[in-house]
Design a protein. Structure first.
Lengths: 246, 246, 246, 246
């Protein structure tokens, strides 16, 4: 059964890739590619709106799409708890579903989720993220989120801090500390977005690594969302909930 | 509550480490360290028998321990389906539990299990294992098992073969093929036992890697088995079932 | 001092990148961007011709450029020993220099050269190359060349074969064997061109790895050639000779 | 021709391994294994003294060995410039040679030296070292030395700082900065001593990595020193000078 898809933000960098990806998928049909100023009415008849716009546009798009009976998949940023609550109200009223995700890279999401699953079995864990040198924040939001998930899993398992006998440290050598987890940020020409979680116990280490080479990495996760949103009731925040890892 | 432990095969390489590990654990108490020829009667009063012996001894030990009311954790090899069935009969009769595992390395087991979980999301997957040069089989049993698990997960998800346009190949360049999965075996002085599963989709790869540096790597998994066997009814084959990954 | 550059094959994939790279470099000046059928006369006044064409065009371009007093840097394939000899004759007659290189990736070239330097210190060495799944040959030409260089360095140092106790092998598990060196080829969606040389001795391994993410990787090496060709007498085959590693 | 070897510090951890390594080498002959309090006279007749003692003993051993006509290879720490100058005087007077090295791991030394060779070709470079959690200093001395060598090579090539657009940083995320090079220190149960230098340019990264798994890693470098010291005039500081990389 074909899923009919409208894309908002279709002329942006992610949006234009999404349009191409929908067109290339045999089980999806592109019914509208909306740019700034285009009316949502063109999305009528679609099953799913993909919103890849900006925080200033996304809420109107989501509300309008739900009102027109579409499900929504959005990768737009800026979803505060208040915004999510508002979307939940609209979705409930419309009887439609929404996926809100800031990261559609399946590998990137898996590294976080699998690291959290593995964390309780290892004394030590650290996070190393490596990005292009144009990135303005360090560590990456993903690395911070990873550290938080891992820290929560360790706490739940009753693990204390990772062992560390450091007495003499050049400032910064041991990285940033997020919820007790050491996080290191490398900035490297040639790289795009990479993350490694290293976990260690006696005589053994486990390394989980994602290498994201370019924006095409987000398409499989986006299309997975498009294909599944009709079967996932309510508002879901985070692609991981569609991956059925448990 | 302290778990009382007897170790059979206590003078072997794994066994002597197990003895030390049990002694070092605050919540475990070593009640007997049995070598070849020692009577199982010395294990009386223990809660768990750890059997790290040889295929020729293990069945008598398991039967004897169950008959004496102990649970059993064994890393001894040679458990054919027939042997497992026999153990199931003894365990049921005794109302005691058994864990049979050929690999107590938690990281090694996690690489397999997490790779199987991730496999359905990626077009491509290959396995690279790296071992010390004294290893007589290639690829390793773990790599074969990993390929089988990954292949089964791909089949269940309806994925076809990984893409591969190779037309000209030096014999062996693309590795061994196990259930359709390419597996490469590196033999390297300095290494012990390492395995990497690489999964790839458009613009992204996910790498899961275990590095086992020495035999101490098996102790956390062995002790996890010892601590949990009383709560895991029946006969369990494979440490993964104790890791609660789902 | 500015180097004036003409690019032949300027509308090809490598050529168009080369044009952009020359234009972006403060110390280089683009004087001509030649496509198929354009006359070399447009290159008059340039110091260096960059030829990124095809085997059927390159010889005429090289001859013509040398005759016009230009040095030449070419990444075009198909330079047989006979062709190289012919170019040497032309270059000597013209008193100009030529760099012929099939790989302008500095990292890729360094992995080969540094592996050869390191090879005599290690008992074991293997090569793993990883490429996109559209590649038709396995292993890559670079991996074969790497194995040959490493094998030659080992032979010169009097080293025998790498230790390997394999008795039971699934066909292909231990890779292809090139001059006694095991070479493994991984094909993976998401990857472009990657190569790893692993060397091992007692208690230690050394890994040299190049990751080439896209064609822009060839520009620094190409520009290095352009900048240096005037100072490198005669015909040079291989970028490594311009890297002054010894 | 057999080299006759005496080992001082023969009952220490490194020393006992050195004794075993000398005994296992067909071209070396152990003539004395000296512990604390043993007289150097027992080393008479040896060609080379291997000193693996402590800063308080090494100077007397070196002086005594040189006076008795032996060459010296020492891995003992604490060689200040003043001590080296003193050894140079003794060696010149005796007409014998000395190798002073704080790191006999060939792979570890190669990572430093090869990184320095590669550094001038890449815009970006960072160092990641990973050690067991019992290590008291961060980053490791080797990582600091590596950063210094890389920084010197970059300065000589006229390279400015690695690009880095970081505006918002959690303290420590970008590591320690040694001579302008970012250095990250991971502490991980299961690991021993590992170092990775990552270099990056447009579209490409080069990674050089040493994994030291145990103390046996130092034996090949130590024996290389023993075999060559007679042919290397004067006092040499650093194993790299025996590796003939240039």
């Amino acid at each position: 059964m074909t899923v009919r898809v409208a894309v908002a933000g279709a002329r942006g960098r992610m949006g234009s890739q999404a349009v191409a990806a929908v067109e290339a998928a045999a089980d999806l049909e592109l019914v509208a590619a909306l740019g700034r100023g285009d009316s949502l009415d063109a999305a009528a008849g679609a099953d799913v709106l993909v919103d890849l716009t900006v925080p200033g546009s996304v809420m109107a798009n989501v509300e309008g799409a739900l009102a027109r009976g579409l499900h929504v998949v959005t990768g737009t940023t800026g979803f505060t708890p208040e915004r999510v609550a508002q979307v939940e109200g609209w979705a409930a009223a419309a009887g439609r579903n929404v996926l809100i995700a800031t990261n559609f890279g399946i590998g990137a999401v898996l590294v976080m989720q699998l690291a959290a699953k593995a964390a309780r079995f290892f004394e030590s864990v650290e996070v190393v993220e490596l990005h292009h040198p144009g990135k303005v924040d360090a560590p990456s939001g993903s690395a911070i989120r990873t550290a938080q998930l891992v820290a929560a899993a360790r706490a739940e398992a009753g693990l204390g801090p990772s062992p560390d006998a450091t007495e003499t440290e050049l400032p910064g050598a041991r990285g940033a500390v997020v919820d007790g987890i050491h996080v290191h940020a490398v900035r490297m020409r040639g790289m795009t977005a990479h993350q490694e979680v290293i976990l260690g116990g006696p005589g053994e280490t486990l390394t989980l690594r994602d290498d994201t080479y370019d924006r095409s990495a987000y398409m499989p996760g986006l299309l997975l969302g498009v294909r599944q949103v009709a079967q996932r009731p309510g508002v879901t925040v985070g692609l991981e909930h569609y991956l059925d890892l448990d």
